[in-house]
Ligand binder design. Structure first.
Ligand code: SF4
Length: 235
C-alpha cells in the first residue's frame, strides 16, 4: 500500500485512549491528507487512514514503517480525526488493513458517515465481508514480490465493477505472468485493472510499450504522489 502529501491536524484524535473498553479500537500508523496517487481516483484530495501491521513482506514494499508501532485509537476518535479534515473522500490503507478485525466496522462507519471510501488490500485476506459501499483495491502479487503464494484467488469471485485489481510489476517476467493471469481468469470482465511498475526497477516507459504491444486492457499508473513528492513516508 502507498500514498502521498501530508497535513496532520495537531492533537486531533490523540490522547483518546480512555474509552477503549466500550468502543472498537484500531492500531493506527498515521492519518494524513494528500492527493490520491493511484487507482481511478488518482489526483483526488483524499484523507488516508494507514492502519498498522501486515502479514506479508513484499520485496519492494514502500511502506515498511507501517509494519510495527503506531498507536491504539478508538473508532470514535479516529472518525473525529478524519472529520477534522472536512474532505469527502477517504482511503483506508496499510500495511494490510484487513489484518485488523476492526477494520470492517471502521469501513461501515465511514460509509455510514457519508464518505466515499476505498480500501487498499494485499489480496491475501478475505475481502468478501467488506461493506459493499467500499471500492476495494485488491493486489494480485506477481512472482518477483516474493509473495505470490499469498494470493487469495477466491477473492476474485467477490469483486464487482466498482472494485479494482492492481498488479505491481518488477520486470518483464512479472508482466508476462500478469498478462497470462488476466487472460486465464478473464479479469478484464471483472473490474478495472491497474499496472504499476516498481519504482527504480522497471521503467514506466517500458511497461507502457509492452501494454501497447499487447493491446492489454489495463491502466498504467505511475504513483502520482511519488512524481510529486518522491518516496517520503506519509506523502
Ligand atoms: S502487502 Fe502492502 S504493506 Fe504489506 S508488505 Fe506488501 S506492499 Fe508492503
Amino acid at each position: 500500500m502507498s500514498e502521498s502529501h501530508t497535513l496532520h491536524p495537531q492533537g486531533v484524535g490523540r490522547g483518546s485512549h480512555a474509552d477503549t473498553t466500550t468502543t472498537p479500537t484500531l492500531r493506527l500508523t498515521e492519518v494524513f491528507f494528500s492527493l490520491q496517487g493511484e487507482t481511478s481516483r488518482a489526483g483526488l484530495p483524499t484523507v488516508f487512514i494507514r492502519l498498522t501491521g501486515c502479514p506479508l513482506r513484499c520485496r519492494w514494499c514502500d511502506t515498511p514503517y507501517s509494519f510495527q508501532g503506531g498507536e491504539t485509537v478508538t473508532l470514535t476518535a479516529l472518525l473525529a480525526q478524519v472529520a477534522a479534515f472536512g474532505v469527502p473522500t477517504v482511503c483506508v490503507t496499510g500495511g494490510e488493513p484487513l489484518a485488523q478485525k476492526n477494520c470492517l466496522p471502521l469501513l461501515v462507519a465511514l460509509c455510514d458517515n457519508g464518505y466515499s471510501v476505498s480500501l487498499e488490500t494485499s489480496g491475501a485476506l478475505d475481502v468478501s465481508k467488506v461493506d459493499p459501499r467500499v471500492s476495494r483495491i485488491v493486489d494480485i502479487k506477481a512472482p518477483d514480490s516474493g509473495e505470490e503464494a499469498r494470493n487469495r484467488w477466491e477473492n476474485i469471485a467477490h469483486l464487482t465493477p466498482q472494485d479494482e485489481i492492481k498488479f505491481v510489476l518488477a520486470n518483464r517476467a512479472d508482466y508476462d505472468w500478469a498478462r497470462e493471469v488476466i487472460h486465464a481468469q478473464k479479469l478484464a470482465q471483472v473490474c478495472p485493472l491497474l499496472f504499476s511498475p516498481v519504482q527504480g526497477e522497471l521503467s514506466p516507459a517500458s511497461l507502457a510499450e509492452w501494454i501497447l504491444a499487447d493491446c492489454l486492457p489495463v491502466r498504467l499508473q505511475v504513483q502520482l504522489h511519488k512524481v510529486l513528492w518522491g518516496n517520503t513516508p506519509g506523502k
